[in-house]
Write a protein that binds this ligand. Sequence first.
Ligand SMILES: [Zn+2]
Length: 209
Amino acid sequence: MEYPSKLLTELVEEIAKLPGIGKRTALRLALHLLKQPEEQSKNLSNVIIKFRQEIKHCDICQNISDKPVCDICNDDARNHKLVCVVEDVRDVMAIESTGEFKGVYHVLGGLISPIDGIGPFDLSIDRLIKRVQDKHIDEVVLALSATVDGDTTNFYLYRQITALQEPPVISTIARGIGIGEDLEYADEVTLARSILNRIPFEKAIKQNK
Ligand SMILES: [Zn+2]
């Protein structure tokens, strides 16, 4: 499509780089901004820049945080020996919204995916293994999505953790959650139930066979 302005073209192209937004939507958003007071565009660009520059990843769990250590890791009322391993921040939000999990988290920042060229060292797996060992974690709950990459990552973590001198219990969330479904989309009741009724990882492997 021919745009009447180079400035408009630039903005549309930037907006269209965001996931799930095509050129048509990008154009609609750009024109919308033009109709709003200039102040709104300023605020939007300011919060984006501030977010990007000031957001932190928790030193302990890698969750997104405004402080070096996140509120969950700072909460003494939680069980810090029970660690739930998730793919990203959205999973922490989904599980937290159930209000049923009283442990803490470890955010991997993705899944092992040979096809996408993502290996174990691209993720916060080393930190997890070190944490499990140094903090004498009692139980690790693997709460990754039931996809090929999720399974690959589960097995890798399982092997690494069981190789530790005093390995913790390794469990996984019960699969009320369908195969290939992201945690993010699981409804809260199902997710709460699957966290509470977690099963030993070894048993989960047999069930899948
Ligand atoms: Zn944290």
